[in-house]
Design a protein around this ligand. Structure first.
Ligand code: COA
Length: 148
């Protein structure tokens, strides 16, 4: 990894600096709060370049009955600041989280992928399952999962 890049576990609150402009643009800051954000089982990662937070992702101990295996975590709040998108940073932070969870015997990661992000997840070996569904105010999503 680039020596100026660093991935750290961060608090739920710290994720808002990226969640807000990228995932909740124009909405109140409270819209960045996700249910379960502060649970002990939830993990938040931050990707820093020269000590500036440029990307975040979070993992929640949540099961989806349509996804195989019981030992699941849900990926949420996956976001890279606009000027840093498309340069491999999303892959870097996601792979870090996957390795971390893999070491904790988690078998599956799944997410509700926005339609625009489906190619990103496919590039990272996530598979779609089931039909597209709508999430109010955000748009079409697909459940995607990866076996670790
Ligand atoms: C989706 C996202 C997290 C991917 O991170 P990233 O650092 O841009 O992705 P990477 O550079 O690691 O991978 C880029 C690949 O993802 C795909 N991709 C999907 N959405 C993209 C986007 N908005 N910008 C650039 N690439 C995107 C491309 O197919 C690209 O593949 P390629 O390298 O073969 O061309 C990031 O673009 C983002 O924050 N987008 C807006 C928020 C969002 O949609 N989050 C996901 C919610 S489910």
């Amino acid at each position: 990894m680039n020596p100026n890049l660093n991935i750290k576990q961060i608090s739920a609150q710290e994720t808002h600096a990226v969640r807000h402009p990228i995932l909740r643009a124009g909405k109140p800051i409270e819209s960045c709060i996700l249910p379960g954000d502060d649970l002990k089982t939830t993990l938040h990662f931050g990707l820093f370049t020269n000590d500036n937070l440029i990307g975040v992702c979070s993992f929640f101990k949540n099961s989806n009955p349509n996804v195989p295996s019981t030992n699941q975590y849900q990926l949420r709040g996956m976001a890279i600041l606009k000027t840093y998108q498309g340069q491999g940073f999303g892959k870097v932070i996601l792979s870090h989280g996957e390795k971390f969870l893999g070491k904790k015997s988690i078998k599956i990661i799944w997410c509700n992928a926005r339609e625009v992000a489906v190619p990103f997840y496919q590039n990272n070996n996530y598979m779609p399952i089931g039909n597209a569904f709508n999430i109010k105010d955000i748009g079409l999503h697909y459940v995607m999962y990866k076996i670790l």
